[in-house]
Design a protein around this ligand. Structure first.
Ligand code: C2O
Ligand code: CU
Ligand code: CU
Length: 508
């Protein structure tokens, strides 16, 4: 794209002119647990624990050949029954929120054709995918709707009209990935309205383990939302992208949805389950704990992180999960008396967002051939000895009321780093506010937090790390395979839309 259109898009994404100068800002919030501002529903909140937990449907390929599975998804407006007595117009992948789950086999190519039947441009990113640059969902690689684009959009590099095929080589380990919209300046609004789904990768190493399977292997997409008086999703989107000034710290909702349903209930057997926790909220962080705790505590046995299985399980009483992070846990409901109702709580707040969902241990099937293996994976960690250099990225509010990285608001085509493929580096993320920092292309490993050892939620391969106010986190990075333009950004989607994003260029 040429420089002028890049600038224009950059300005639009950043919402320049919308955000008032001198926003009194985050100093007041420094150190607070809140990672945004609550937008309240104008409707009556639905009652808790009234609806069964929905499990997103697994998508069937339209065709397959020796090396590839082909899928099709149409993005469209769908009226969904989220609130009990009415419907909400959602932006959906096919017709559901979450979108259908795609299940890939490591090493087998997955091709997804997305058709855009929404009235807005879209971009699809596979979060956690090890994906060539042209298929990674660069924020200006739009799939434009059939009709009525603003002229500036037509000039964007690599945009198409109507549909696009995303090719995913899937040369990566088993892991819980997710796909979501990534359009510059509008990601927060698009994901809030429903553009998110799971994409699971399976491999032989994982298959050989005695982990719970089938209906006892459950993805849980946790989001917070608010509803307007007309039952639509309430979100303070600004006309030129991003959010209106009051909400630039992040948008928090007062209704918790799990797999798209408000405070749902799962009827569970007294047996082990594998829960794939994903925080797909725009800005909300959670501290998740089961209530009651089983006798002896340590209810959540973590077996996986963003980038797949850990070397060994790690037991937690609670888990802190920031936007875009995934924690895979095993929970043994056999430790509870049959008939117990176990709530999943969020300990960070009081009020409606303090409860997430409920497991009712009412099933009769105690049979369980799963186990918690002592060793899960032999994936080789990156080594400190191989580090060739350190880069520092400072995440903070800029002077013009935009979120910046190294004092620069996002501008497409301006890389902040040029790491060489195959080399190990230390990337330091320094912050003044809560910033869940996400890196595309390869997972990383946390090396230190505030100059000390990594925290208890930092284990394993990660692609998003929760950097807390006035924090410094060092991670080991090593990019492989694909040369090209990728993204580093805050996954608080309001920060991302308000310019806290940067390109980096991997060099062969
Ligand atoms: Cu989940 Cu660049 O995004
Ligand atoms: Cu990503
Ligand atoms: Cu941020």
């Amino acid at each position: 794209m040429n420089r002028r259109s890049a600038l224009r898009l950059g300005a639009a994404a950043a919402g320049i002119g919308v955000v008032g100068a001198g926003w009194p800002m985050s100093h007041a919030l420094l150190g607070s647990a809140e990672s945004g501002r609550l937008i309240r529903s104008e409707t009556k909140l639905p009652a808790r624990y009234q609806v069964p937990l929905p499990i997103p449907e697994q998508l069937t390929p339209v065709s397959t050949d020796a090396h590839t599975d082909y899928y099709e998804i149409t993005q469209q407006v769908t009226q969904l029954r989220i609130l009990p007595e009415t419907t909400t117009a959602a932006w959906t992948y096919n017709t559901s929120f979450p979108g259908p789950t795609i299940a890939s086999r490591s090493g087998r190519r997955t091709v997804v054709r997305h058709r855009n039947a929404l009235p807005v441009p879209v971009v699809v990113h596979l979060h956690g995918g090890h994906t060539p640059p042209d298929h990674d969902g660069y924020p200006t690689d739009f799939i434009l709707p059939q009709a009525g684009q603003p002229a500036a959009m037509d000039m964007a590099r690599n945009s198409v009209v109507g549909q696009r095929e995303y090719v995913y080589p899937m040369d990566q380990r088993a892991a819980t990935l997710w796909y979501h919209d990534h359009r510059m300046g509008y990601t927060g609004a698009a994901v809030w309205r429903g553009l998110a789904g799971f994409h699971l990768v399976h491999d032989d190493e994982e298959d050989a383990l005695p982990l719970p399977r089938g209906f006892r292997d459950i993805p849980l997409m946790i989001t917070d939302r608010a509803f307007a008086a007309d039952d639509s999703f309430r979100y303070p989107v600004a006309d030129s992208g991003g959010v209106t000034g009051d909400y630039m710290n992040g948008v928090l909702g007062d209704v918790i949805l799990v797999n798209g349903a408000p405070w749902p209930v799962l009827q569970a057997d007294p047996a082990r389950y594998r829960l794939r926790l994903l925080n797909a909220s725009n800005a909300r962080r959670y501290r998740l704990q089961l209530d009651p705790q089983p006798p002896g505590g340590s209810a959540l046995v973590q077996i996986g992180s963003d980038g797949g299985l850990l070397a060994r399980p790690v037991s937690h009483d609670f888990i802190d999960i920031a936007p875009a992070e995934r924690f895979e846990v095993m929970v043994d409901f056999g430790r509870y008396q049959r008939g117990t109702s176990v709530r999943l709580l969020n300990l960070l707040v009081t009020g409606s967002a303090a409860e997430v969902m409920r497991f009712d241990i009412v099933g009769a099937d105690r049979s369980d051939d799963s186990a918690i293996p002592e060793r899960l994976s032999t994936s080789i960690p990156l080594s400190r000895e191989q580090v060739v250099g350190t880069r520092t990225f400072l995440f903070r509010l800029g002077r013009r009321g935009l979120w910046t990285i190294n004092d620069l608001p996002y501008q497409p085509g301006r890389p902040l780093a040029r790491p060489r493929i195959g080399t190990t580096e230390v990337w330091r993320f320094i912050t003044e506010f809560h910033h869940p920092v996400h890196v595309h292309l390869n997972s990383f490993q946390v090396l230190s937090r505030n100059n000390r050892a990594p925290g208890r939620f930092d284990v394993g391969w990660k692609d998003t790390v929760d950097v807390r106010p006035a924090g410094a986190v060092e991670v080991l990075t090593r990019f492989t395979d694909y040369a090209g333009s990728y993204l580093l950004h805050c996954h608080n989607l309001e920060h991302e839309d308000m310019a806290m994003m940067a390109d980096f260029l991997t060099i062969a």
